[in-house]
Write a protein that binds this ligand. Structure first.
Ligand code: NCD
Length: 314
């Protein structure tokens, strides 16, 4: 459970851990995105807001952006980082369980950022930890800080979130970013369109929850049916590493690609986003178009993660 902060009533987030985007209210998200705006100046000047604080990055699955952007965010705020970037480099390789790792690492740091292949891992870690835990990806379940930076990207690029039509395209079953993002968008007045290859549709429970929350959700097989209507196209890769059977992946790989032809009838203001890494689902010819925002997301991600760290640690 995200624990309410009792001792720090002024703490903006009023939660101790960042485990699921569902622990956030719209107001908390809006406050955080405003704080991310303030972080732009700090990003350029540097600061000592978190001097003396240590962030531990425990990554038990591969990462480029999330780990490096948390590290950059901590440095920009004057803090330091420790950690490892694969389980082989830690005592996990010797058979240590997650709760023991957490009970040791909490002694070395003020906040833990954890990526783990198991759903529920971050929640478990938070239960054992005396310092805040940030979920940097828990299996196919959630990736809440990615959702926050995705929202921030939409807000910065389109100047609003309410009133938008947002299509999520790709592996909606195993992709954790689309789960967190859908729940986050449900707090705003958005309508969602899910497009996925056969067998990789949005998890039933997510669609069910969204409908219960009053969100307009539509599912399409063909992007062309909606391309001229949408404001945001959020593309994801097929999550090969999560397939129980590699032959299933082989059947589906390369089954969709965004290229200039696909975008021909798009609104000029359409933004194309991707949490990255991209494999082949967006052709490089899209990179130079005004639609492409996927290489701006990493910058927005640092600002958002600075805002998260500042909120949790001051
Ligand atoms: C995503 C992840 O790890 O879930 N990457 C990221 O953090 N930007 C998306 C992915 O791996 O496809």
């Amino acid at each position: 459970m995200a624990r309410e902060v009792q001792s720090e009533p002024d703490s903006m987030l009023k939660i101790r851990d960042v485990i699921s985007i569902r622990d956030f209210s719209r107001e908390q998200i809006e406050n955080l995105l405003e704080l991310a705006d303030d972080m732009e100046q700090v990003f350029h000047s540097g600061s000592d807001i978190l001097r003396g604080k240590i962030l531990a990055t425990l990554f038990m699955e591969p990462s480029t952006r999330t780990r490096l952007s948390f590290t950059t965010a901590m440095y920009k705020l004057g803090g330091k980082t420790i950690g490892f970037d694969s389980p082989e480099m830690s005592s996990v390789a010797k058979g240590e369980n997650l709760s023991d790792t957490i009970r040791v690492v909490e002694n070395y740091c003020d906040v833990i950022v954890l990526r783990h292949r198991m759903e529920g891992a971050a929640r478990l870690a938070a239960e054992y930890s005396d310092v805040p835990v940030i979920n940097a990806g828990s299996g196919a379940e959630e990736h809440p800080t990615q959702a926050l930076l995705d929202l921030y990207t939409i807000k910065k690029e389109l100047e609003r979130i309410d009133g938008l039509k947002i299509a999520l395209l790709g592996d909606l079953k195993y992709g954790r970013t689309v789960h967190s993002l859908s729940y986050a968008l449900a707090l705003f007045d958005t309508s969602l369109i899910f497009i996925s290859p056969e067998g990789l549709g949005m998890r039933w429970e997510v669609t069910h929850d969204l409908k219960n929350m009053g969100v307009k959700v539509e599912e399409f097989k063909d992007l062309q049916k909606v391309i001229s209507d949408i404001d945001v196209l959020y593309v994801t890769r097929i999550q090969r590493e999560r397939f129980p059977d590699p032959t299933e992946y082989e059947k589906l790989k390369g089954s969709y690609q965004i290229n200039l032809e696909v975008l021909k009838n798009a609104k000029p203001s359409l933004i194309v986003m991707h949490p990255l890494p991209r494999i082949d689902e967006i052709a490089p010819e899209v990179d130079g178009t005004p639609h492409a925002k996927y290489f701006k997301q990493p910058y927005y991600g640092v600002l958002v993660r600075m805002a998260i760290l500042k909120s949790l640690l001051t």
